[in-house]
Design a protein around this ligand. Structure first.
Ligand code: MN
Ligand code: MN
Length: 294
């Protein structure tokens, strides 16, 4: 119960601070220490570990690597694929509360005018789920935060077995790590063309305007709760990377889809964790996690 009290009280305080302050990193004042839970829960920059594709907010010159910065997450959007390339976010106690799932899927009105905007029904009948990249359950401290995850710029067409079981299993594990006293930086996205959903194989949906990816990937950097996060990533830091086929034939255990960050970088052409010193990247990006999965 102490733990629950800590979370709610710090979030209420944080909500008040957030409206009054535009700093990128906000730290709550000291809270009572409780066993296993840090007293330093804060919302840290969603892009603290780097911009994997060098995305920029330039609609004319970079429509397929278009940077969108929201309070709740940061992403690179592809106009021609109608979905994000990647989404990056910070997960920690200060983002978690008791807000229920809003289910208010909506077009993202902040996309440049004249671009196709996927809407709440754009995936209907396609055989693919509206798969959150930044999960609803990672942003539960306010209605506004949770609603932001339902913007269609945060969705990818995902086979339901992948989305609802394998991918969801790793999402849940991320929040388990927070409960254990960690904060987690998550960068996730999709690549390739063609997946197999409830209606069989497809390369696009919504009359060709949204690409169905062949693979969904995620990288999670796990740190004990604290500050100055990018500088605390060392060769010993746990990094979980997965690459999952976008098919209903996928197995249920997320742990069996673990791979190296290097392999995802090869598949995507991105430099993931670019804000981490190169010598550290070399070590943590070549390793395949074999830690606990629940
Ligand atoms: Mn999902
Ligand atoms: Mn890298």
């Amino acid at each position: 119960m102490k733990y629950v009290f800590f979370r709610i009280s710090s979030l209420a305080l944080f909500a008040a601070l957030a409206t009054a302050c535009s700093k990128e990193e906000l730290t709550t004042p000291a809270s009572p220490t409780t066993a296993g839970v840090s007293q330093d829960a804060s919302r840290d920059s969603n892009l603290a570990l780097g911009n994997p594709s060098g995305a920029v907010t330039d609609a004319d010159n970079s429509p397929n690597n278009y940077l969108m910065t929201k309070t709740q997450y940061t992403l690179s959007y592809s106009r021609d694929k109608g979905k994000p390339n990647w989404v990056s976010w910070h997960l920690g106690n200060a983002w978690l509360g008791s807000t229920s799932r809003q289910n208010n899927f909506a077009a993202d009105a902040t996309l440049p005018s004249g671009w196709y905007r996927a809407g709440s029904t754009s995936y209907s009948g396609s055989g693919f789920d509206r798969g959150h990249v930044c999960p609803s359950a990672d942003r539960t401290s306010s209605t506004a935060d949770n609603s932001a995850t339902f913007l269609m710029t945060n969705m990818m067409p995902q086979a339901s077995t992948n989305n609802q079981r394998t991918w969801a299993g790793l999402e849940t594990y991320g929040r388990t790590l927070v409960d254990e006293g960690y904060e987690v930086y998550i960068i996730a996205g999709s690549y390739g063309r063609g997946g197999t959903g409830a209606n069989g194989f497809a390369t696009t949906i919504s009359s060709g305007r949204i690409t169905v990816p062949s693979n969904c990937w995620k990288v999670m950097v796990v740190l004990p709760e604290g500050s100055d996060d990018a500088s605390r990533v060392t060769a010993a830091t746990r990094v979980i990377a997965v690459d999952m086929p976008n098919t209903n034939a996928i197995g249920t255990a997320w742990g069996s889809y673990r791979t190296s960050v290097d392999a995802i970088e090869s598949a995507t052409g991105y430099d993931i964790l670019s804000a981490v010193p190169n010598t550290v990247q070399e070590t943590i990006e070549s390793r395949v996690d074999n830690g606990p999965t629940s």
